[in-house]
Design a protein. Structure first.
Length: 386
């Protein structure tokens, strides 16, 4: 098999193009973007998490036939740290995908290849204790089994003992979570219109005394506005966040913006649009409500904002927050299964099941390995540029 051609645009130019496109849609915070750029240079795993726009631009050409697959409403930016816990309407602790910022209609293989590639990167960067081929095999087996079974949500109160123990490990010290939020400075600048109202309406009582802070979190969405209302309610602390939403990087037109000339610092400058968006719909709400899920009743999309409850048991789970003694194989199997839970919300799921069964044994490992090679090349180029 011939090696795929290198992307025509380098990672630095692709980053400028994407951020210019995004800045035309929502306000971006320069200081947070600078932090994101620094994090991208730290290693391949944070680089992968921060650069979904690059993946969206290159993955089809790099994986070839793997990208020719039935479409689903996909997560898009799926990786091994895009999972967390929340409480459903019955108060039960649920585990699953907890971020749909980049939701888009894509071949189902996008999510599987990206999840598998992130696992391969995490084996080295995050000391994930499992062999590369077995890691990918567990993801694929979980995905296939879920499609065959019709899926089921991960309600941790009654089943999935090992997964529950891994997920609740970080809940042993809730004070750390609240101290981190309370240490954030109060927002002094005027808030965007309607944000305070959105935050107040999300609280259990609308007239509570609140302090609004700016939270710096994530990597892919770092640079967007995030406002958190902190309050005390009936003896305990509570928090609600409003995060700015934007269309997926998949909607960035192939031509993006025209980049010509240079400024005093030698960087390229945006001088005009080179194309139009191919539909700028935001699919976050669709993904929250579709599929095999137990939705979080405190999460919703209101206009251009995602509003949600923040709490120690309602947040993303980083690999470094898991216990040292853990069953990586079971965790990756569950991630594959949960990916199918999301895809089962699309009417094409039966075609997906047939397609995944016809593929040769090593297709996912080979495609993920190609993407890891591309990620490492881009990261080395970014680090040299940074």
């Amino acid at each position: 098999m011939t090696r795929p051609a290198e992307p025509a645009v380098g990672i630095s130019e692709a980053t400028l193009r994407y951020e210019s496109w995004l800045a035309a849609r929502i306000p971006l915070l320069k200081q947070d973007l600078a932090s994101k750029h620094q994090a991208m240079a730290l290693g391949t795993f944070p680089f992968l998490r921060a650069t979904y726009y690059r993946w969206a631009e290159t993955w089809r050409a790099l994986v070839g036939d793997v990208a020719h697959a039935p479409p689903v409403l996909a997560v898009g930016d799926l990786h091994v740290e895009n999972f967390g816990t929340w409480r459903d309407a019955e108060g039960r602790l649920v585990w699953g995908v907890n971020d749909f910022d980049e939701g888009w209609r894509l071949p189902y293989t996008n999510d599987l290849v990206r999840l598998a590639a992130s696992a391969l990167v995490a084996i080295d960067y995050q000391d994930l204790g499992i062999g590369p081929r077995r890691a990918v095999a567990e993801i694929l087996e979980g995905y296939r089994d879920a499609l065959d079974a019709g899926g089921h949500a991960f309600v941790l109160a009654e089943r999935h003992t090992e997964l529950r123990e891994m997920a609740v490990h970080r809940l042993h010290d809730p004070e750390h979570f609240w101290q981190k939020l309370e240490s954030l400075p109060t927002v002094k600048a005027p808030l965007p219109r309607s944000v305070v109202g959105l935050l107040r309406r999300a609280l259990p009582e609308h007239d509570l005394e609140i302090r609004v802070v700016h939270r710096v979190a994530g990597l892919g969405s770092l640079g967007r506005q995030r406002f958190v209302a902190l309050a005390t309610w009936r003896g305990g602390r509570i928090a609600r966040e409003a995060k700015a939403l934007a269309p997926s990087a998949c909607s960035l037109p192939a031509g993006g913006f025209a980049l010509r000339g240079s400024g005093d610092d030698g960087t390229r400058r945006v001088v005009g649009r080179a194309g139009r968006d191919r539909g700028a719909r935001i699919y976050y709400e669709d993904l929250l409500r579709r599929g095999v899920r137990c939705p979080d009743p405190c999460v919703g999309v209101v206009g251009p904002w995602l509003v949600r409850r923040l709490a120690p048991d309602c947040s993303r789970i980083g690999l470094n927050a898991l216990p040292r003694k853990r069953d990586e194989a079971r965790l990756l199997y569950a991630m594959g299964w949960e990916t199918a839970n999301v895809h089962l919300g699309s009417p094409t799921w039966s075609a997906v099941r047939a397609d995944v069964k016809r593929r040769r044994r090593q297709w996912l490992y080979d495609a993920a390995s190609r993407m890891v090679d591309a990620i490492e090349r881009d990261w080395r180029a970014w680090r040299a540029h940074a």
